[in-house]
Design a protein around this ligand. Sequence first.
Ligand code: DGL
Length: 276
Amino acid sequence: MKKLPEINDESSRPIGVFDSGVGGLTVVKELNRLLPNEKIIYFGDTGRVPYGNKSKETIVHYSLQVAYFLMKKKIKMLVVACNTASSVSLPTLKRHFHIPIIGVIDPGAKSAMETTRNNKVGVIGTLGTVRSNAYKKALRKIKTSVKVFQDPCPLFVHLAEDGWNRNRIAQMVADEYLKPVKKMDVDTLILGCTHYPLLKDVIQKSVGKKVVLIDSGRETAKEVKNILAKKGLLSTKKMNEKNHSIFYVSDFPHKFKEVSQRFLSKDLKHVHKVIL
Ligand code: DGL
């Protein structure tokens, strides 16, 4: 019998997600929760992490390389799960590729503005994210009078990667970093880095129960769902062993697998090392 031609069903294509390393898995976790039928192709640039202390030019260059790799996998949408890359690379990526592309900054800013009552919002992130003022600009675009206080917390990335996210050391580091934030009397604090949701407990303890923590990853997953629904691109296929998500990294897969346990709370079977 003659084989029928394959129908090009755009909605069954995967969603591309990338981060400088494992941190973007916090976004994947939210995507899996909200969109269980979606196949994800993830790229973690583990060979070049961290992005947070690199120049804008370097981060844009890396982001373009990763995006080209994912485009070849015929993704239907690109999610820049890295706050640092979202802060500086988004306009360039949007100019280069013509599929829906979103970052984590706008969804996080929108949620913070819906939450704040005293009009004072804190932002913690990498040096790159803070220096770019991306969150500040996104918040001010929503409400010009909002008072924004930004604070870089670079050590949090290493604590999260090493699983030191709930111990005494993590609490001490959080208390020290967040002293200035506490002084500013913010009632809403954006966790402006993929790794920070893992330190939620210690951060909350440092700033006090009254401050609402905004997880940009969670907000981004909601936005991905909205965009795909609007464009009629939501997948209706059930995920199974055949159309499972795939993870690519630019350095040892075993380290990524080990750390991803802590981020996703499940074993990753398909992690491949690639050279871009
Ligand atoms: N993924 C980065 C971010 O969200 C944190 C790690 C890095 O500096 O590359 O900003």
